[in-house]
Design a protein around this ligand. Structure first.
Ligand code: GUN
Length: 284
């Protein structure tokens, strides 16, 4: 039976450190690091993420600004809000919850966030800095996964890493971080033919495809480390990852559960980036 990689356990430890550093920051500067989270519309999954981000900020002593707009807000109104937050000294980090309504150009919105406040690390300037290994912020989900692998002593160097999914948020930056740590990385996606040939060969498998229980035991090499980024709802409303956990845990050496795996780490890395941003603002 695979060892459970617990995002809950690792998150609690990292958040304890962040809480201590936040208290020290407050003592030094008389103000807490501040994160502004913008949500447009009422996507139920986004609402859960935003609520969890808000709660997590308060728990470590940071200030959280929740800004909600109706789905019919114009692009200009949203861009104006971002300009306002860029200029606000109380705000160290800005996050616009994705996806946005189709009427709004997502990339245009991301581009408007000051790179120094871009705690998602989605701005082209930050993406570029990551590509050349000279970054301030790492994207939260891939960075959280690297933390998990480190904590559970999973060696990346020289290992065959397969990432399923090529999104800008997870797949692409994940591949990059694994490559930077000397993994041999293959990125598979919806158009990959003979997917199983790749997954069967992987020492480390990161699954971010967004399909409930997609990865089955026959696709996994015995002893592989399996990281499940998926959060899907089954028809009965219960949560499922992208991995068929009950099957795969029998042959993997280590595996993340859903919930309680990658999810809590993503928010923890967001807190870490917000603290980094706040320190940089005070020292610039
Ligand atoms: N939607 C799903 N994941 C994320 C994330 O990490 N950041 C933002 N801004 N939106 C998301």
């Amino acid at each position: 039976m695979a060892e459970l990689i617990s995002g809950k356990v690792v998150s609690a430890k990292v958040r304890e450190d962040i809480k201590i550093e936040t208290a020290a920051f407050k003592k030094e500067y008389g103000t807490a690091p501040g994160l502004a989270v913008i949500m447009v519309g009422d996507n139920p999954a986004s609402a859960v993420y935003v609520r969890n981000k808000h709660k997590a900020c308060l728990e470590v002593g940071m200030t959280s600004y929740e800004i909600k707009f109706d789905a019919d807000i114009s692009e200009d109104e949203l861009l104006n809000k971002i300009d306002e937050l860029n200029a606000d000294d109380n705000v160290d980090g800005i996050l616009v919850q994705l996806p946005l309504p189709k009427t709004i150009d997502e990339q245009k919105v991301i581009n408007r966030i000051s790179p120094t406040k871009d705690v998602d690390a989605f701005h082209p300037q930050n993406v570029g800095k990551i590509m050349i290994g000279n970054y301030t912020f790492l994207p939260c989900t891939p960075a959280g996964i690297v933390e998990l692998l480190n904590y559970y002593n999973v060696e990346i160097g020289g290992k065959k890493c397969v990432v399923i999914g090529r999104s800008n948020i997870v797949g692409k930056p994940m591949a990059h971080l694994l490559m930077e740590r000397n993994g041999t990385v293959t990125v598979c996606h919806s158009r990959t033919k003979e997917l199983k040939e790749y997954t069967k060969d992987a020492d480390i498998l990161v699954v971010a495809i967004g399909k409930a229980e997609f990865l089955t035991a026959d696709m996994v090499k015995p002893g592989a480390v399996v990281i499940d980024v998926g959060i899907n709802r089954r028809d009965d409303g219960t949560l499922a990852g992208d991995v068929k956990f009950d099957e795969v845990e029998k042959i993997a050496s280590k595996i993340t559960p859903v919930p309680g795996g990658v999810g809590p780490m993503t928010i923890t890395m967001l807190l870490k980036n917000t603290l980094t941003a706040a320190k940089q603002h005070k020292n610039s």
